[in-house]
Design a protein around this ligand. Sequence first.
Ligand SMILES: CC(C)(COP(=O)(O)OP(=O)(O)OC[C@H]1O[C@@H](n2cnc3c(N)ncnc32)[C@H](O)[C@@H]1OP(=O)(O)O)[C@@H](O)C(=O)NCCC(=O)NCCS
Length: 174
Amino acid sequence: MSLTFTLDPAVTPALRDGILDLWTDVSNAGGAVGFVPPVTREAIRPEVVRYFAQMAEGRTRLLVGHDDTGEVAATAFFTFNTHRLMTHWAWLYTVMVHPWHQGKGYGRDLLTAAERAARTIDGIEAIRLTCRGGLGLERFYGSCGYKEVGRIPGAIRVAPGEDRDDVIMLLPLV
Ligand SMILES: CC(C)(COP(=O)(O)OP(=O)(O)OC[C@H]1O[C@@H](n2cnc3c(N)ncnc32)[C@H](O)[C@@H]1OP(=O)(O)O)[C@@H](O)C(=O)NCCC(=O)NCCS
């Protein structure tokens, strides 16, 4: 089995609900995508709505992976800078693979698809992202060609007294 990746999929209620389920399941499995468990779909819904609004404005583009049953199994969101001197690179946010599907190479497939997609976007010369330290994610992104270019110690507070580094990773495309 493999995932089928689509940039700019048709926006439907099924897509929205699929992303909401994916994000909730990933978060409750301990994934580092903006929340700490336990988290409900209702807590995550405003973030999904925010992404869809940005997509409608063209400020964000979604790369989605579907499994062979048609379920949403992976996402990555490109966000573009409004700062006029920073339009030559894009952010990649909310990189996630459903816990059922993790560890089978789909995360790497997702980042390969993201790199390929970014190369089709006019003027984009690098992908930048941040990840939570302490989970080995730098190794994952490193295996996909990203380099650690910065680290803000303790910038992410997952619980009182439990701080994690915010790690900045970069993939140059030129
Ligand atoms: C991080 C994530 C996208 C990786 O996807 P995946 O499908 O599990 O990863 P793959 O199977 O493609 O693994 C690719 C490589 O990265 C490694 N890897 C994957 N997740 C890792 C992790 N959390 N820590 C360290 N290494 C990891 C794998 O061991 C593999 O290396 P190998 O080829 O040397 O064995 C996925 O685990 C996930 O969604 N996690 C929860 C959400 C999250 O934390 N996202 C990151 C936001 S910054």
